[in-house]
Design a protein around this ligand. Structure first.
Ligand SMILES: [Zn+2]
Length: 192
């Protein structure tokens, strides 16, 4: 089992969570920047995190793990390996989330949905719809990081995260980091 502190420390160590003063693509400023592939590029760590995600569901009779592209492919694969289940993924066709590549679920199949960094939970909701449309049962949602600030709520499908964090964002004119004269942080890569 990994504690929230251990998960956060690993994400900081690999540069998946960076602390500083960042200009986001939205134009907003933030004291944090999240780049999930800084940790997911290390298979050893991805396996470790997914084992922790799987641990909570080892007695839940999960039959298949499903994640949305892109990070969800890796997470589904590694979580499915830990749970000794099948692992498949959804992707978008003309903007609509769906199964491709011959993937399917049978009526009543027990599914765990996994995702890496959840900001709004919109993609997960679409995956739940795809699973339900196939007649399968979305048993739960397992997130690596929930940074939604409580917005990631999936109705009748319970959700859990290895790490819950608030990611504050500010308009440049209201940014407390700018007010303190802190320079913007360059997004350098950090080592393993
Ligand atoms: Zn700022």
């Amino acid at each position: 089992m990994m504690t929230q502190e251990e998960v956060r420390a690993l994400l900081v160590q690999t540069g998946a969570i960076m602390d500083g003063h960042f200009l986001l693509t939205s134009g907003l400023h933030s004291p944090h920047y999240v780049e999930k592939f800084n940790v997911l590029q290390h298979p050893e760590y991805t396996a470790q995190l997914c084992a922790a995600m799987a641990e909570k569901f080892k007695d839940a009779n999960i039959e298949t793990v499903v994640g949305p592209v892109t990070g969800g492919i890796l997470l589904a694969h590694e979580t499915g390996k830990s749970l000794e289940t099948r692992a498949i993924f959804t992707e978008r066709v003309d903007g609509k989330m769906t199964f491709r590549r011959g993937f399917s679920l049978r009526e009543g199949e027990r599914v765990l949905i996994v995702e890496d960094i959840v900001t709004t939970g919109g993609s997960i909701k679409e995956v739940i719809d795809v699973v339900k449309a196939a007649g399968a049962v979305p048993v739960a949602v397992s997130m690596l990081v929930d940074r939604s600030g409580g917005k990631a709520n999936f109705g009748d499908v319970p959700a859990t995260a290895l790490l819950t964090m608030e990611v504050e964002t500010y308009a440049p004119e209201n940014c407390p980091l700018c007010a303190k004269g802190i320079p913007m942080t360059k997004r350098g890569r950090t080592g393993k």
